[in-house]
Design a protein around this ligand. Structure first.
Ligand code: ADP
Ligand code: MG
Length: 384
């Protein structure tokens, strides 16, 4: 066959076989052989990088299989998560797709374990083999997955509670797991509620769903989560929190505003009664300011107070340095500090979190411009 026919063949094969290439099938057969799985059922979700399937264990326990696609093109745009990540220094080969995908699957497994250890609601990590991740199933006893926060039918009065829950989760993720999710949005959070078998449904209820919390948020999709000292951790955190702020303010929750949510997650609650108390203080302050705006006839319809909104527009456009070495214009900043105007430095409270590592000290200091690259939302793209 000609070279072009050959290429076309390959492309066809890649699309029709999707995830279940022969090697992946062998992995699944082996899992069945070992008694980890009993049967693999329908697809819960097909995505750009992975498909998720429902499966049963021999004990009739529901599990989810996340099967990463092994096509070489799919993971190319993940480089921004990889560069600068300590855990990727070895063994990340951009030229061997199976190896690359294996690294992502293993990373998701490790990150899920960290979440679980910190007591964050997430699927229980069970096992990973190459590109197949086995985890607890978040759904009901009929085998229906719980809806994503985006699609869930949630009583309006529940949103303020869920907003608090999510900010506390982000705080825990940062301080206890030492991670930033880096793709946190209503697409990667499941809302689990008890779904009683509907009277009209004749679907049998079978299998075990143990220990899931009803009316709570489950964090999923943590393969791209980064260490909190990753060079872009703060940029990822800011866009994570922007998604959270936008989602809940669209649902009329009086949110903190992005800048303050960011400060809460990175700074608060190490003392003074912990994160819960700190969050309550911040929310009380936001409500007070909002009420004042309304009295003054300003922003009667705005959810955030005027000052929070002003701060955010500056904050979104600011470059957040990770360490002292990333301060974009050291001479100017020292000038600002000496003039007693330290308040103007957006990162004044943040640079203390991680002392610069030796490697970073040795690096020549770059002069950087203030910028924030507005990155397209992967999820939104893959949705369309
Ligand atoms: P990606 O976004 O990379 O395709 P996700 O991990 O977000 O992969 O999973 C895709 C979808 O599969 C989720 O939106 C959710 O609907 C479903 N899903 C993922 N993990 C589980 C799970 N443990 N239990 C139930 N459903 C899940
Ligand atoms: Mg996802």
């Amino acid at each position: 066959p000609s070279a072009t026919a050959n290429l076309k063949d390959k492309a066809d094969r890649a699309t029709t076989e999707q995830v279940l290439d022969p090697r992946t099938r062998i992995i699944l057969f082996k899992m069945i052989g070992r008694g980890l799985l009993y049967e693999v059922n329908g697809c819960v979700s097909t995505g750009k990088e992975a498909n998720v399937y429902h499966a049963f264990t021999p004990e009739r326990r529901h599990v989810a299989l996340k099967i990463y696609k092994t096509s070489i093109l799919v993971f190319k745009d993940r480089d921004r998560y990889v560069s600068g990540e300590f855990r990727f220094r070895k063994g990340y080969s951009r030229h061997n797709p199976r190896k690359m995908v294996r690294v992502w699957a293993e990373k998701e497994m490790r990150n899920l374990k960290r979440l679980q250890t910190a007591g964050i609601s997430c699927p229980e990590p069970i096992e990973v083999r190459e590109n197949v991740l086995v985890m607890g199933f978040i759904g009901n006893a009929e085998g229906w997955a719980s809806p994503r926060l985006k699609d869930a039918n949630i009583p309006h009065s529940e949103f303020p509670r869920l907003y608090r829950e999510l900010l506390l989760t982000a705080h825990k993720l940062f301080h206890e797991c030492k991670l930033v999710h880096a793709d946190l949005s209503e697409y990667n959070i499941l809302y689990h509620v008890e779904t009683k078998q509907s009277a009209s449904s004749d679907a049998p209820s079978f299998g075990q769903i143990d220990g899931l919390d009803h009316g709570h948020l489950y964090i999923i999709d943590v393969s791209q989560s980064v260490e909190h000292d990753h060079p872009h951790a703060f940029d990822f955190l800011r866009s994570d929190l922007r998604n959270v702020e936008e989602f809940f303010s669209r649902r009329d929750v009086r949110t903190l505003g992005l800048r303050r949510a960011f400060e809460f997650v990175t700074n608060d609650g190490v003392d003074e009664g912990g994160a819960d108390a700190a969050l309550e203080r911040r929310i009380a302050q936001a409500e007070e300011e909002g009420a004042k705006d309304e009295d003054e006839g300003e922003g009667a319809h705005a959810v955030n107070s005027r000052s929070a909104a002003d701060e955010d527009s500056v904050f979104m456009r600011s470059y957040i340095p990770r360490t002292l070495n990333e301060v974009f214009d050291p001479e100017r900043d020292v000038g600002v500090l000496n003039a007693g105007e330290g308040e103007k430095l957006i990162y004044k409270d943040m640079i203390g979190i991680v002392a610069p590592k030796e490697k970073e000290i040795a690096r020549p200091m770059e002069k950087r411009t203030v910028k924030f690259v507005d990155e397209p939302n992967d999820e939104a793209e893959s949705e369309s």
